[in-house]
Design a protein around this ligand. Structure first.
Ligand code: ZN
Length: 91
């Protein structure tokens, strides 16, 4: 039975053959991926690329970009989207 802190599905289980010849399960922490734009899939600037526990220590305003759709869509894609929406309303 794994230790209580290892009883989670958040950790990746890796079977490792140890020098004694037996196979043991090692628990690996998942890696954090860069935040990408939802439209063009380019990496976003201004979004911290850290472990969630490290991000929680940051101030609330430094965790995301303070603009509509900040942290989800890059500024150039947002500009295009706003123009499209405005033109759809006007016509
Ligand atoms: Zn984009």
């Amino acid at each position: 039975m794994p230790q209580p802190h290892l009883r989670t599905r958040n950790l990746k289980k890796v079977k490792v053959k140890v020098p004694g010849g037996s196979t043991k399960t090692h628990y690996k922490k998942g890696r954090v991926s860069v935040a990408i734009c939802a439209v063009c899939k380019k990496p976003l600037a201004g979004v911290p690329f850290k472990d969630p526990s490290e991000v929680r220590k940051l101030s609330y305003s430094t965790r995301r970009v303070w603009r509509p759709y900040g942290g989800h869509v890059c500024p150039s894609c947002l500009k295009i989207g706003i123009k499209k929406a405005a033109r759809a309303i006007a016509s």
